[in-house]
Design a protein around this ligand. Structure first.
Ligand SMILES: Nc1ncnc2c1ncn2[C@@H]1O[C@H](COP(=O)(O)OP(=O)(O)OP(=O)(O)O)[C@@H](O)[C@H]1O
Ligand SMILES: [Mg+2]
Length: 447
C-alpha cells in the first residue's frame, strides 16, 4: 500500500528539535539528498501536507527519529492500516500475512541474539496439539516483551485466526481488552445478554473464545503478567485452538516456562554497534572499554539500549568517560532513567532500569526487603548462602529486641527474591545476583 502521511503538530516539534541539534536548516540540502527526496516534498513535510510514506520515514530517520510513527498525525483516517505497513517495514523479512492482530510496534533498534529462545518458544507453544500456555520469565529489562513481539511478528502465518495482544496494568482490564479485540478486529458483536439474561464479563469473554472466527490457531499474548489469579478466569478454555504466551517477572511454578537470561557479550556488542546507538567506529576505537561497559551493564538489554542511546546523543563522549560516570552514579545516571514526559521515548521498554526493578521490589514484604538490602553488602554477586545465614544469625543476636534467628524466615525471604527473579540459585548452596540488581539493592540500603 503506497500510503501518504503527514506530520502532527507535536511530531513536527520533535523533528524540529532534532534538526536544530544537527545544525540543519529546514531546507537543508543534505537532507533531501540523504533520504532521497525532493526539496518540494521536504517543504510539504514542514507544511504538514501529506507526502509519500517512504519519504516521510526517510525524513524522520535521517535525523535519528527511531519511532517515526510518533511523528504522524494520528487523526488521519486509515492510520491503523498505515501502522501495519510501518511495522512490516521495520520488522524485516517477516512473512506477509493476513492475520488479524494488534501486536505493538517494536522500538528495538536492532533485535540481537535470542534465536534459540525464539525456536524453543515456538516448540513449546506447538507441543500440545491443543491449548498451550507458556510463560517467558525473567527480571525487569531482560527483553521478555521484545521477545514476544518478535515471536508474534515472525509467526503471523502460524496463527491465521489472530494474534491478540493483551496488557495487564493497562487502562482497560484484560476482559475488556479481549472483548474489544473481538469487536474491533474480528468485527463480531459480543452480546451483553443471552436469552433475556444479562451476561457478566466472564461470560462475555467465554462467548468470545467460543465464537472466535475461523478454525485455525490463535495466539493470545498476555504481556507483563503481575498476578496470575487476575487473568486466570479469562484464559481460553482447555482443549481449544488458542495458544497463550505470557511475559512475566514472576517465577510461575505450574506453567511451562522459558527463562530468559542476559545477552551474550557478542550480542551485546552487536546491539551497541548499531548506528542508532554507539556505532561500529566508536566501539572499534575503544574495544576493551566496550567490553567492560557491557559487563558493567550485566549484558541487560534495557541497560545496553539506554546507555547506547545516550552515547548516540552525545557523539563526542568517549566510552571510558561514560563508564566512569556510570560507575560513579550507578543507576542514578541520567542515561538509565526515563525522564518525565520524554518526547523522544520510543522504546519497547516502558521505563528506566531502576523503575523496572522497582515494580518487583514494591511487591516484597519487609522481611524479604531486609534480606535484599543485606545481600547488597556482599562484595561479590555470587554469594555462598552459609555466609548469609551467619550474618543473619549475628544480626538477630545483636538485635536490641532479642530477635530469635528463624531459618524459615530466611528461607521464605530467599524464595520470594527468587520468585521475582531478583536472585538466582547457582547450585552448591550459593546464589547469584545480577550486577544491576546489586546496585539497585545498594541504593535501597542507602535510602
Ligand atoms: N534481543 C534484543 N535485541 C535488541 N533490543 C532488545 C532485545 N531485548 C530487549 N531489547 C530492548 O531492551 C528493552 C527492554 O526490553 P523489554 O521491555 O522487552 O524488557 P522486559 O523484560 O519486558 O522488561 P519489564 O519486565 O520491565 O517489562 C526494550 O526497549 C527492548 O526493545
Ligand atoms: Mg515487558
Amino acid at each position: 500500500m503506497a500510503a501518504t502521511l503527514r506530520a502532527s503538530e507535536n511530531g513536527l516539534k520533535i523533528v524540529d528539535e532534532l534538526r536544530r541539534k544537527k545544525g540543519w536548516s529546514k531546507r537543508e540540502k543534505a537532507w533531501y539528498q540523504a533520504v532521497p527526496t525532493s526539496e518540494s516534498t521536504l517543504k510539504r513535510f514542514w507544511e504538514q501536507k501529506p507526502i509519500q510514506q517512504e519519504a516521510f520515514v526517510g525524513i524522520c530517520t535521517v535525523l535519528g527519529v527511531l519511532n517515526w510513527e510518533q511523528i504522524i498525525d494520528a487523526s488521519e483516517p486509515h492510520i491503523a492500516e498505515k501502522s501495519e505497513t510501518a511495522v512490516a517495514t521495520k520488522i524485516e523479512n517477516y512473512p506477509p500475512a493476513t492475520t488479524c492482530q494488534n501486536i505493538p510496534y517494536t522500538g528495538a533498534i536492532k533485535f540481537v541474539g535470542r534465536q534459540t529462545q525464539l525456536e524453543t518458544l515456538h516448540q513449546q507453544l506447538q507441543q500440545q496439539e491443543r491449548i498451550a500456555i507458556v510463560a517467558v520469565a525473567g527480571m525487569g529489562g531482560m527483553g521478555k516483551t521484545e521477545l514476544a513481539v518478535q515471536y508474534a511478528y515472525q509467526h503471523l502465518n502460524d496463527y491465521p485466526d489472530g494474534i491478540c495482544w493483551l496488557e495487564t496494568g493497562a487502562k482497560q482490564n484484560i476482559y475488556e481488552q479481549i472483548i474489544y479485540f473481538v469487536q474491533i478486529h474480528l468485527r463480531l458483536e459480543v452480546p451483553q445478554e443471552l436469552g433475556g439474561k444479562e451476561l457478566n464479563f466472564k461470560q462475555q469473554v467465554d462467548w468470545c473464545w467460543q465464537n472466535w472466527t475461523g478454525t485455525g490457531f490463535v495466539l493470545v499474548v498476555i504481556d507483563d503478567l503481575a498476578e496470575f489469579p487476575e487473568i486466570k478466569p479469562y484464559l481460553p478454555p482447555a482443549k481449544s485452538r488458542f495458544k497463550v504466551l505470557m511475559t512475566t517477572r514472576l517465577k510461575l511454578t505450574n506453567i511451562q516456562t522459558l527463562s530468559l537470561d542476559v545477552l551474550t557479550l557478542r550480542a551485546s556488542l552487536e546491539l551497541l554497534e548499531s548506528e542508532h546507538l554507539v556505532g561500529k567506529d566508536r566501539i572499534e576505537q575503544e574495544p576493551e572499554t566496550a567490553n567492560v561497559l557491557c559487563e558493567w551493564l550485566g549484558y541487560l538489554p534495557l541497560g545496553l539500549e539506554l546507555v547506547g542511546r545516550y552515547l548516540n546523543q552525545v557523539p563526542d563522549l568517549s566510552l571510558s568517560v561514560m563508564l566512569f560516570r556510570l560507575q560513579e552514579k550507578s543507576l542514578e545516571h541520567r542515561s538509565l532513567i526515563r525522564q518525565q514526559n520524554d518526547p523522544f521515548w520510543d522504546l519497547t521498554a516502558q521505563r528506566g532500569v531502576a523503575a523496572a526493578f522497582e515494580l518487583s521490589w514494591e511487591k516484597l514484604d519487609g522481611n524479604t526487603k531486609r534480606l535484599g538490602k543485606l545481600l547488597s553488602l556482599f562484595a561479590s554477586t555470587l554469594i555462598p548462602w552459609h555466609l548469609v545465614e551467619s550474618v543473619e544469625q549475628q544480626r538477630c543476636q545483636r538485635s536490641p529486641k532479642g530477635e530469635k534467628f528463624n531459618p524459615e524466615n530466611l528461607e521464605e525471604a530467599t524464595m520470594n527474591l527468587m520468585s521475582f527473579h531478583l536472585i538466582q540459585y547457582n547450585g552448591e548452596q550459593s546464589y547469584r545476583l545480577h550486577s544491576l540488581i546489586m546496585a539497585f539493592l545498594k541504593s535501597k540500603l542507602e535510602a
